[in-house]
Design a protein around this ligand. Structure first.
Ligand code: F6P
Length: 362
């Protein structure tokens, strides 16, 4: 997300990312790259994540004779790195209490630092630090993460709206909705309080979105006239990073048009052409999407999510909800490999799907 957002700031080697265990991701990424001139950095706190380690093993095989020189790691698990073949002097460490979704500021940011260089990476960190200070010091009534969190609580608990759309009017923030989706849904998608009691109210909303103006041509129909109210967060920069300002003026005109249309609607005799209005949105404006502004924007969302978690009395820093699926995938891997006896004890629905996959495999 961050590397894409800051593409005008790239001055280092080209940076690519592979995350999905789907081999297509690695294959498509490696196509056209040369093992002799490619550095593979395995970034995994635990160094046990199935996706990361499967990709790491395949990348090591692809590097062949270059693997000894062209691999590094970002991890807290030095023993597993050494066992994998990355010696300690090539491991960038960080703290084991940092969760994946909050880790960009640690050595996990290495790939971003490589892409934009140390000076700009420091500006990125300074932007986040400025928001950290603001969050710590500003009075509550002027505190952006707190106000943003209270608006989120109002939307979710007072109004009962279960989702929020995040629409950056900035093509380079294309992956920002997905980033905030993990931040918010993995942190606050919980149904028990810190002490384990059933939560008395609704918690983390569904977060989704796409960049404007593209989104206008797909799901904005439902935002304006659908039966559900979906609050929207718009993000826009006053200045473009590129020379052509006419594009940018049109981009901003569209962003402002959408928030006005949502808020004020339009009464018409014909019901099909009526816009009910009274649909809420928040517009976050900054001068320009540069490293400082991106760091500040990410930190704004981090502190907002933390504040909502504190109000809801949930722990925003664990993610036990991902464990069951991971354990079942480990159980099913031998089934998918067709190992003898692995099918025993499978539930009926999974056994049916396995049987159908085998038929389709031919
Ligand atoms: O850095 P690791 O240990 O490979 O974890 C990767 C990811 O897995 C999760 O723990 C859960 O899916 C995420 O929070 C994290 O980003």
């Amino acid at each position: 997300m961050a590397v894409r957002a800051l593409s005008p700031d790239h001055d280092g080697p080209r940076v690519h990312f592979v995350s999905n265990v789907d081999g297509a991701h690695l294959a498509d990424t490696l196509r056209g790259l040369d093992p002799a001139t490619t550095l593979v950095i395995v970034a995994s706190k635990t160094f046990t994540t199935l996706e990361s380690m499967t990709n790491a093993r395949s990348a090591r095989a692809w590097l062949g004779g270059h693997a000894a020189d062209n691999m590094a790691a970002v991890s807290t698990n030095l023993a597993a790195c050494a066992e994998f073949g990355v010696p300690a002097e090539r491991v960038f460490g960080f703290w084991d209490w940092v969760g994946g979704r909050y880790s960009l500021w640690s050595a996990i940011g290495l790939s971003l630092a490589i892409a934009i260089g140390a000076r700009r990476f420091r500006a990125f960190l300074a932007g986040a630090a400025a928001m950290d200070r603001h969050f710590r010091e500003a009075a509550l009534e002027e505190n952006l993460p707190v106000l943003f969190a209270l608006a989120g609580i109002w939307r979710r608990n007072a109004m009962g709206w279960p989702t929020v759309a995040l629409i950056p009017y900035d093509q380079r923030l294309e992956r920002f909705p997905a980033y905030v989706q993990q931040l918010e849904m993995e942190s606050n998608g919980k149904c028990v309080t810190q002490d384990g009691s059933a939560h008395p109210c609704a918690t983390g909303p569904v977060v989704w979105g796409e960049p404007g103006t593209n989104a206008q041509h797909s799901f904005f129909q439902l935002l304006h006239q659908g039966t559900d109210v979906i609050p929207v967060d718009f993000i826009a920069a006053a200045r473009p990073r590129d020379a052509d300002t006419e594009h940018h003026r049109l981009l901003l005109a569209n962003c402002l048009a959408q928030s006005a249309a949502l808020a004020f609607g339009r009464a018409q005799a014909e019901p099909h052409r009526t816009f009910p209005g009274d649909r809420p949105s928040t517009t976050i404006l900054h001068r320009q999407l540069d490293p400082f502004a991106l760091g500040r924007l990410i930190a704004l969302y981090e502190h907002k999510v933390f504040t909502m978690g504190a109000i809801w009395d949930i722990n925003s820093f664990d993610q036990f909800g991902v464990e069951l699926g991971k354990a079942l995938a480990q159980r099913l891997a031998p089934v998918m490999r067709g190992e003898d006896g692995a099918d025993a004890g499978l539930d009926q629905s999974t056994a049916g799907l396995v049987a159908r996959i085998r038929e389709l495999e031919g």
